[in-house]
Ligand binder design. Structure first.
Ligand SMILES: [Zn+2]
Length: 124
């Protein structure tokens, strides 16, 4: 270039540096892949995964104290589901929205701390 080795080294260093920065900035590899190699872009996707069923349809809720059958579960209940009165069919007592989840016979709670008392014990 100039014959001065210091100027030449600085020139090439700067040139390589600038090319590297531009290469990175414009994502040249990515562009080459898309344009010449036909590589498909990986599209990030959200995958919907149903939360697991924790109480199955047909489960019978019973009183943990006196053992009376209180209600039948009408729908599969999943983790984090909000329970509705319509998810239950009352057996020994009517199930109403916002009613205390207590046995009408003895007053014991049959749904407590996110767990339902059934013939097989507390679930889930
Ligand atoms: Zn009871």
């Amino acid at each position: 270039m100039t014959g001065n080795p210091y100027v030449d080294v600085t020139f090439w260093f700067l040139l390589v540096f600038i090319v590297a920065v531009l290469w990175q900035h414009f994502d040249v590899w990515n562009w080459i892949e898309r344009t010449f190699l036909g590589v498909e872009q990986e599209v990030p996707r959200i995958q919907a995964v149903d939360s697991p069923i924790v109480i199955k349809k047909g489960t019978i809720a019973t009183c943990p104290n006196c053992g009376v059958e209180i209600a039948e579960v009408l729908n599969d209940l999943r983790l984090f589901d909000l329970l509705k009165a319509s998810d239950f069919r009352g057996i020994s007592q009517e199930i109403k929205q916002f009613d205390a989840t207590q046995c009408k016979k003895c007053g014991a709670w049959y749904f407590h701390h996110g767990k339902l008392h059934t013939k097989d014990g507390w679930v889930p």
